[in-house]
Design a protein around this ligand. Sequence first.
Ligand SMILES: [Zn+2]
Length: 522
Amino acid sequence: MISQSSTVQESNRKPIRILVGGFFHETHTFLNGTTPWNAFRVIEGNAIHDVAGDASPLGGFLEFSTQRKWEIVPAIVASAIPSAILADETLEEFWKRFEKVWLSDSAKNLDAVYLVLHGAAVTQSCSDAEGEILKRIRFLPGGRELPIFGVYDLHANYSKNMAKYADGLVGYRENPHIDARESAIRAAELLERSIRRNQTPKQFLFQSSIVWPPTGTGTAYDPMRLLLTRARQMENENHDFWAINVNAGFAFADSIDTRVSFSVITEGSESDALTAMNELNEIATANADKGVVLERSMDSVMEELRQTPALNGAMIANHGPPIILIEPSDNVGAGAPGDGTGILRLLLKYELVNSAVCLWDPNSVAQLRNVAIGDLVNLELGGRGSPFDLGPVSISCKLLRLSDGHFELEDKQSHLASVCGNRFDMGQCAVVEHNGVTILLTTNRTPPMDLGQWKHMGIEPKRLSFIGVKAAVAHRRAYDPIARASFLIETPGPCQSRLTAFPYKHLRRPIYPLDSLPLAIN
Ligand SMILES: [Zn+2]
């Protein structure tokens, strides 16, 4: 099928036709409840064309396709922000709609398939949703022969079926994920190479015996920095390699594939690919402890602040630049609810005035709708979304501001922009204050990846002394430039970095750091 269309394209009679789809979810299997189909943002049919040129991976792929004059057959792209295990209906509903397009007249004479995936999607019955989708495509009429390329997230728990049933899956190389769009284009370039040369590469996978919490997967730091640097060198040393992916894994999706892994797209031998991946595994193993980045107690951080003149100033001066108190346990970008009261309790306990934190709390926002600005209200703040939390904080707050919560992203290159486009909807919002602690209450869960979230509400984050941020790494691009200092703070929550806190059932053992090194290499 490829050779036919290549011949036709050379004579300029018929453009290359690519079917486009996507299924994107990072699943936290330790959260209560399930994520239903209606939690997904679904783009189907011709609406897919409207995404061309935006900051998302799909936007990047579509822009590339336009430049190459490829004809796009739009199927369905479904994405949801990280949350609890996917209800089975999500995969089945996606598949029903995808298959319908595939079997329709519009999908005749395809040359390839391009997919936007995450790599850590888990449903009630399937621990490897992406592998399952790829497998099902191969069993559709004509699916066995078509090249399947696509892009996926650096936090993928890359599976054997992803390697077996796709031809060229390209992962992000940056965390925070500022390169999601660029990675989608790299995958499209490989697809173009495959079509032009009428050559289908092979994929090989090596799964390590290491799992890192998200706090340890920032690419500006070792071990990810070391691994990614070596992977780029290997690509330059051996031109058979079309791409080498370093997959950090997603520790909170409990599956047999949950771990750090490496995958190679190559036109060369399996033994060359294995040699390269073995070396990467040795680097990962030798530096495994550097990926276990744990939170600190607030007591020890307060002690450090008191003893460090430059930082102590933040508490005395009562103005910015702010000290960022990072709360990975309630990391919204990894599926946590964002209503954890850990940091709020610490801001109140240590009387950190001129401070702020954002909480997902639709109940309190609804309660505040009919309150006059400046009035005092008794609120039960947060603490409902996770069994790890101590429960709502009861305090009397002054209402400062209400808003519809729609804001324009300040940073159009951010990971948040790659997921949601140029605007984000926090839902109805309220800003309240108690003893110098400002609390932004949202109706929708909002990952802290863009300062527009604060500015939109009339709060200048640079002038704050302390900001509580519910993230692990993804906030860095927005907050590092304005921060006096940052600390990872230990609070109870579903995304804490101490992985021994989680009741893993499916994770293949032994695995570091749950089991100690040295481990038998698989
Ligand atoms: Zn990710």
